[in-house]
Write a protein that binds this ligand. Structure first.
Ligand code: GN1
Ligand code: MG
Length: 370
């Protein structure tokens, strides 16, 4: 089925030819994505046509300014390293007014190329693939290490400020717009009991022990494209939250999602476990590509960052549940609560395995900084 609206949007980005197929791409919790295929004079072209969630990203101009500038920078880095810039980072199309976003039907749209012969994953099937993911995210950070950070806009303020996320939770409990707070007392207690942990990493940053870097800030496993033939991570996608941040956010968030033995919304908490093997695989890949660039304090916090980012995401899901599901897309009424419980179970799991995970990091680090 061809979708009239997305084809019209494509015309606003100067795409010619005949639309031959349309498919909704599910998976992301924020934006709406469509894969639209065109026949352009016998040549088959695939585009991702995305409706930007302007409730979350309130300034599309700044958002696209970051993304276009970073992808152009990455293209040069990739070419210098002998890679393929068309395949290893995203290419965005300008609209007919020259901007990289366009308002149509009161919605804000953007279009980028579809990378062929690549796949995404929601659950890790084997350790090698996760090691490859770690290498890609480490490489992403390395490629951007000299990027002029002051050029970046903060697309979402205090995105990974965990103490602020806890403050927001408290405000939501106070407002309790849907009358849901009473039913989640146990989850609220779990969150508030960890107030001190929530501030630990930012405290080290404020003391000057952890530097700001250009970070991705949403390193979910499904935000990386793997090559169909080699299973190598080839392209980091979902670039909306590229901002100055801490490397620990990227490492920790990747473990939160990929190191869990099940999906982030599995409601059977017995399935939720941290896989120490997967943690080691990702840490090996990550450290192999960026260990030398990290400070010792960053390295010492890597395992802890997995707990921190899982905790923060759980707090966000819980807050959104109490707020009445206004931020994350949900498929059923308790979806955010199920996600929050899943994340908090994973926090407990990480707490129980933290010594083991720290020892793994220490061992790997000494291998890569020899
Ligand atoms: C959202 O857009 P998506 O699905 O890749 C969210 C992340 C959360 C993640 C939880 C801009 O990521 O911060 O960690 O859901 N993105 C934004 O799965 O809030
Ligand atoms: Mg995504």
């Amino acid at each position: 089925m061809i979708n009239h609206e997305t084809v019209e949007v494509c015309r606003c980005f100067n795409i010619k030819g005949t639309a031959i197929s349309h498919e909704v791409v599910t998976g992301g919790h924020i934006n709406s994505t469509n894969l639209v295929i065109f026949d352009e004079d016998g040549e088959i072209k695939k585009y991702l046509v995305q409706g930007i969630n302007t409730h979350v990203f309130r300034n599309p101009e700044n958002l696209m300014d970051n993304i276009v500038s970073v992808t152009q920078y990455l293209k040069d880095k990739i070419a210098e390293a002998g890679g393929n810039p068309e395949r290893e980072t995203l290419t965005f199309l300008p609209a007919k007014d020259g901007n990289y976003y366009y308002y149509y039907n009161d919605k804000c749209w953007r279009i980028y190329n579809f990378v062929d012969k690549a796949y995404t994953l929601n659950l890790i099937e084997n350790e090698t693939v996760f090691e490859n993911a770690g290498r890609s995210f480490g490489m992403f950070q390395r490629h951007l290490s000299d990027y002029p950070m002051h050029n970046l806009h903060e697309t979402i303020k205090d995105f990974h400020n965990t103490p602020k996320r806890l403050d927001n939770l408290k405000k939501s409990i106070e407002a309790d717009v849907k009358g849901r707070a009473a039913e989640v007392e146990a989850e609220i207690k779990f969150a508030l009991d960890r107030t001190e942990d929530a501030a630990y990493v930012l405290g080290l940053h404020k003391k000057g022990l952890i530097p700001l870097r250009v970070t991705h800030n949403d390193t979910k496993l499904n935000n990386i494209l793997f090559d169909e033939d080699t299973n190598e991570g080839i392209c980091v996608i979902d670039l909306d939250t590229i901002m100055p941040g801490l490397s620990l956010y990227d490492f920790g968030d990747a473990i939160r999602f990929g190191g869990n033995t099940t999906y982030e919304d599995d409601d059977n908490l017995d399935n939720v476990k941290i896989s120490v093997e997967l943690f080691e695989a990702f840490a090996r890949g990550f450290l192999s590509s960026c260990a030398k660039a990290l400070t010792k304090t960053e390295v010492d916090c890597l395992a802890f960052s997995a707990k921190l980012m899982t905790f923060e995401c759980g707090v966000r899901f819980l807050t959104d549940y109490i707020d009445g599901d206004v931020y994350f897309k949900t498929k059923y009424p308790e979806h955010n609560l199920v996600r929050a419980r899943n994340q908090f179970k994973l926090v407990e799991e990480i707490e129980a395995h933290l010594d083991e995970m720290n020892a793994i990091v220490e061992k790997l680090y000494s291998e890569y900084v020899k």
